[in-house]
Design a protein around this ligand. Sequence first.
Ligand code: TRP
Length: 335
Amino acid sequence: MPQSNDKKLIFSGIQPTGTFTLGNYIGAIRNWGPLQEDYNCVYSIVDLHAITVRQDPAKLRQNTLQAYALLLACGIDPEKSIAFIQSHNVNHAELSWVLACTTQFGELSRMTQFKDKSAKHANDVNAGLFTYPVLMAADILAYNADLVPIGVDQKQHLELARNIAARFNQRYGEFFTLPEPYIPKTGAKIMSLQDPDKKMSKSDDNPNACVLILDDKDTIIRKFKRAVTDSESVVCYGEGKSGINNLMTIYSAVTGKSFDEITSEFAGKGYGDFKLAVGEAVADHLEPVRTAYAKLIADKAYLKDCYTKGSESAMKITRKVLTKVYHKVGFVDQR
Ligand code: TRP
């Protein structure tokens, strides 16, 4: 594992909730591969977090393996980065306990995701759902991560992780690095194909609203053909044209063409031609990911080898941190 001392450490956790959307891919995931050159990267499929809502055990196991395979298919190289399954590194849960004792009930009560999720899952407001952000803080602090790539929905949790770290440092002496959010320079926001004023989301009720990165070519093209646009017919970026703006953003992201280039490419052509071209370009762009994924998911032995090595490397880092934490809080040293 070529983790070097002079690079900053990036930690990110990914929920094992099936496949990623085109929005996740363009906005975040495809930028992760290149990061491996400049940072020490640690990626974890967060199955411990997943069980804060009811899961079917067989499905969770399958989704976890799929998410892991997808991470590698998207360019995370297990020789360059540490990629592992969260429950395989016991130190996350252990550190989480200590951090829970430096977190206030009031702080957790203020988390908007807790409020949203407890309203949504009103029949199962379990303690894990409440302490979810503490486990997330443990994920990050166990590596003394410098940077955490997150979307806006996780900003409050990262802020809490910083507060927990700062409080621990104040009580027990400077120790944890305060993690910063990592906002990639590139990374456009991709909107729903059916309601382009809303973010593309896989939980959308309308399956045509969202492209999944493992959708086959025909499905992708069909979804783009049905994309909602406006009543004009000129392919150009502009106010009140959020459907076309979104398609142009997507086309630009996968072809590298500028908006002006796109407008001249489709001059004199209608929206139909443009939608088809976007669908084809997206399908072609995602083809290598689909192929790599199919190969990986068929090779369970290789996957196992990768995630086993991943958790071994992860544990080497976190064991040291945890030993120091245990000493600092006053536990008797083991050896
Ligand atoms: N809560 C994050 C999400 O839902 C997933 C996550 C868990 C995470 N632990 C993390 C993200 C640590 C970044 C760092 O997206």
